[in-house]
Design a protein around this ligand. Structure first.
Ligand SMILES: *[C@@H]1O[C@H](CO)[C@@H](O)[C@H](O)[C@H]1NC(C)=O
Ligand SMILES: *[C@@H]1O[C@H](CO)[C@@H](O)[C@H](O)[C@H]1NC(C)=O
Ligand SMILES: *[C@@H]1O[C@H](CO)[C@@H](O)[C@H](O)[C@H]1NC(C)=O
Ligand SMILES: *[C@@H]1O[C@H](CO)[C@@H](O)[C@H](O)[C@H]1NC(C)=O
Ligand SMILES: *[C@@H]1O[C@H](CO)[C@@H](O)[C@H](O)[C@H]1NC(C)=O
Length: 351
């Protein structure tokens, strides 16, 4: 029997580094062929029971075909056991083919794997319903990735209680409603991805009280409105993507000489502020401000941003001479066009 190639067996290296080794189907078969005939099962019986319940709740999808009750669940695809305790610490169900027949809501029994540190559902178009409330019980979780699925309903408030979370990725789903302000209590968060949903309301003021430096914030492709909170002056995320929303007002709080932010994309909003006096961090690698109503001129300080590799201020209301120097002439006309009265290289010279 051929098992689906999309749901890998993951094994984290013993050094707990970010390296993840993937074992393909042949590796799995090799393990089966050369294991002792009467192998002793490492898998915790309670965990095994819960996994079989999950499989049943999903109506025996092809992706979980390797979950055979007669074999050690530590050898099953899509799961991983802790090397010493042998408790299930990772459940990673992902598909690379769109025609996967895994369907329905996330089963409540997912909440009965108390040692889970990683939970992932990825590229499962028939996964529906809300973010399962029993996930609130999984207090050891460090990583949640529920992305490219059709889960709907709100971004639940209970996620704020999972204080070990480092990565929370709920991107490319059908989530709606506001962003819970409680998420700022997640003091270990490195990255927050809520992009590509149908979220409404403001960016919470509380996001300025994330423990410094604060997580990278991916909130693009939603319907977020209102101002960018002034409190965001207090945090220093590596990356900010607020593009394609309905944000208004001032974005200058995202910048400032003392920050170390590298990537900022606030394109395609309704931001309106004077760019002239903004002090940009020299750490910037990419800055995209296109399609807003930004006024003023391009500050000379930008010529000191030595590693700027992406830059776009097109479709705004900027005026005056483009400062000459630094990397600003490495970008072509399309980074500057459709403004009120910008001039100078790479645009036509100011007369
Ligand atoms: C998915 O396919 C497998 C075999 O291809 C079948 O046994 C199972 O019942 C199917 N599940 C659903 C939910 O259609
Ligand atoms: C959600 O379901 C629709 C069809 O009902 C499908 O077209 C879409 O691709 C799905 N979304 C994702 C992210 O899989
Ligand atoms: C997305 O969610 C809305 C309700 O919030 C629902 O009506 C719609 O069917 C969902 N879309 C898909 C493809 O599941
Ligand atoms: C930047 O940092 C310096 C020293 O680290 C400090 O004196 C100054 O007040 C800071 N400026 C801002 C705008 O925070
Ligand atoms: C800048 O953005 C505009 C508008 O989306 C786009 O047409 C242009 O190609 C972009 N420039 C670069 C260099 O990507």
């Amino acid at each position: 029997m051929m098992y689906p190639t999309a749901c890998y067996k993951f094994q984290r290296s013993l050094t707990h580094s970010k390296m993840v080794t993937m074992y393909g189907i042949w590796c799995f078969i090799t393990v089966l062929l050369f294991s002792p005939v009467a192998f002793s099962e490492l898998c915790n019986p309670q965990d095994k029971k819960v996994l079989l319940q999950i499989k049943k709740d999903f109506n025996n999808p092809y992706l979980l075909a390797s979950w055979n009750p007669n074999t050690d669940c530590c050898n099953w695809y899509c799961v991983q056991c802790h090397p010493e305790t042998h408790r299930i610490n990772s459940l990673v169900i992902l598909s690379s083919v769109p025609q996967t027949n895994l369907s329905g809501p996330i089963p409540p029994s997912v909440g009965d794997l108390p040692f889970l540190e990683t939970l992932q559902f990825h590229k499962l178009p028939k996964l529906t319903g809300p973010i399962q409330p029993t996930i609130a019980k999984l207090t050891k979780l460090k990583e949640i990735y529920i992305s490219w699925t059709n889960v709907s309903g709100p971004v639940p408030d209970f996620l704020a209680r999972l204080t070990n979370l480092q990565f929370l990725d709920l991107s490319f789903n059908n989530l709606s409603g506001p962003i819970p302000s409680s998420l700022s209590q997640l003091s270990n968060l490195v990255s927050l991805r809520l992009d590509r949903n149908r979220l409404t309301g403001p960016i919470p003021e509380s996001f300025g009280s994330f423990k410094k430096p604060g997580p990278s914030l991916w909130l693009s492709h939603n319907q977020l409105s209102g101002p960018i909170p002034a409190s965001l002056a207090n945090i220093d995320p590596q990356r900010i993507d607020f593009s394609r929303n309905k944000l208004e007002g001032d974005a200058s709080v995202l910048f400032g000489r003392n920050k170390t932010t590298q990537i900022v994309d606030v394109s395609r909003n309704s931001l309106a502020f004077d760019l002239s006096k903004v002090e940009f961090p020299t750490s910037l690698i990419s800055l995209d401000l296109n399609h807003n109503q930004i006024t003023g001129s391009i500050p000379v300080g930008l010529t000191a941003v030595d590693f700027l590799q992406g830059f776009n201020v097109s479709y705004n209301r900027l005026c005056g001479e483009i400062p000459q120097g630094g990397r600003l002439q490495k970008f072509d006309v399309y980074s500057y066009f459709h403004n009120k009265c910008l001039c100078g290289s790479p645009l036509t010279s100011c007369k």
